[in-house]
Ligand binder design. Structure first.
Ligand code: ADP
Ligand code: MG
Length: 400
């Protein structure tokens, strides 16, 4: 299946009002944006469109307002930060639909920008209400989606609105996400190694099953390794085990064997009696884990083993930290895997998942990875092989 979508490069946007969905769902504290990574990530598309003479209308959600407008979810702080990053005036509309917003969109000159207040101040946004989508569509002549992180939801601003506007194309950030994740799934350079970790096998089972059919090697760390350990009859102590998923883990092991996928499980872990770092820790063979201990990270032997398995890889897909990396004493395994990936030459290295991306950023090696996905839930659903409604709604690339 091809994931190629038309992009802004094929958009004739001079003097046109371009309604662009962005993911400006950033953390805000005391009226200030505390991390503008997501705003910065949309800048290439914003700058490109403005240079082309578009009249840009930006819309986004922020937080989870439940019952209409609430000050703490206002995009006002984003407006301030956006002006600073763009070094140009940005117009503002107090409501994302209605007469005032429409008038503001029509008052834009070429190369000017308007930011709309939070889409989710209207419950109709998440309900994908047709009338609301129609009202939103009145603010643009064509549509760009650069919010990959919101593309797994069929909301009015990601799906409904596309029924009213044409063309509907992907921004550069969206394109980059589809490119890297899509290539890994559809045409990976081999050997293709996937590294999976994180807290729960239950949330990742569809990704595991999907990847089993595509990868050459599958390395499993994180808490989910203990559900596999249980499935193999190994001791797990007080480690996080999902009892109701042990059968599933057995099925994964059987599938891997049947498909000839090299599924690599840790032989040792870092063991402690407390998950918060308040007790000492030491390396332990899984087979020797004591009943009062829990595995909080992969162990040194497994780090070495995983590093060897990564050698020579041409495509690496990583989702899920190897241990409780938020606790410094338990971050060693995750950081070592980050170093092993960063050291690969000639490999495409892609990281998906909110915590995994945070871990790689924490490692200071982010620049050495090919791509860190900006969409946590969206990248997971993509890797599960699901069609993302916000992507499906965009125009397909025209074969040339
Ligand atoms: P992502 O957001 O990248 O998809 P997850 O949300 O699945 O990753 O998992 C991240 C969480 O998994 C982290 O909070 C981490 O502390 C936890 N985790 C990893 N290893 C363990 C472990 N051995 N025991 C308990 N929690 C773990
Ligand atoms: Mg997470």
């Amino acid at each position: 299946m091809s994931h190629a979508k038309r992009t802004v490069q094929h958009l004739d946007c001079r003097s046109k009002r371009v309604l662009m969905r962005v993911d400006f769902n950033v953390p805000v504290a005391s009226g200030e944006v505390t991390d503008d990574t997501r705003i910065a990530a949309a800048m290439p598309t914003i700058r490109y469109l403005l240079q082309k003479g578009a009249r840009l209308v930006l819309c986004s959600h922020l937080g989870r307002p439940k019952a209409g407008p609430e000050p703490k979810s206002s995009l006002r702080p984003v407006h301030t930060r956006l002006q600073r990053l763009l070094r140009q005036d940005v117009r503002w509309a107090d409501d994302c639909i209605g007469e005032a917003a429409e008038a503001a969109s029509r008052a834009l000159a070429d190369g000017e920008v308007l930011l709309l207040e939070n889409l989710r101040f209207h419950p109709e946004e998440e309900a994908n209400d047709a009338a609301f989508a129609g009202a939103l569509a009145r603010l643009g002549d064509c549509y760009v989606n650069d919010a990959f992180g919101a593309a797994h939801r069929a909301h009015a601003s990601t799906e409904g609105v596309t029924h009213h506007l044409s063309p509907c194309v992907a921004g550069f950030l969206m394109q980059k996400e589809l490119d890297y994740l899509g290539k890994a799934l559809d045409q990976p350079q081999r050997p293709f190694v996937a590294i999976l970790g994180g807290s729960k096998i239950s949330g990742k089972i569809d990704v595991i099953m999907q990847l089993l059919g595509k990868v050459d090697r599958l390395l499993i760390g994180g808490a989910m390794m203990f559900t596999f350990a249980r499935a193999q009859g190994l001791p797990t102590g007080r480690s996080l085990v999902e009892d109701d998923r042990v059968e599933m883990a057995r099925e994964v092991l059987a599938q891997a064997a049947a498909r000839g996928v090299n599924l690599v499980l840790p032989t040792d872990c870092l063991a402690s009696t407390a998950p918060d770092g308040s007790a000492p820790s030491r390396p332990r063979r899984i087979a020797e884990l004591a009943s009062d201990e829990m595995g909080v990270d992969i162990g040194p032997e497994s780090v070495q083993h995983f590093t060897e398995q990564l050698r020579g890889a041409r495509t690496v897909l990583w989702n899920g930290p190897m241990g409780i990396f938020e606790v410094e004493a338990f971050a060693g395994g995750t950081m070592a895997i980050a170093r092993a990936c960063a050291a690969l030459t000639g490999a495409t290295t892609v990281v998906g998942g909110g915590d995994s991306v945070a871990a790689v950023q924490q490692s200071g090696l982010a620049e050495r990875f090919s791509h860190l996905s900006t969409g946590g839930g969206a990248s997971l659903e993509f890797l599960e092989g699901k069609v993302l409604p916000g992507v499906a709604a965009l125009d397909d690339e025209v074969a040339s």
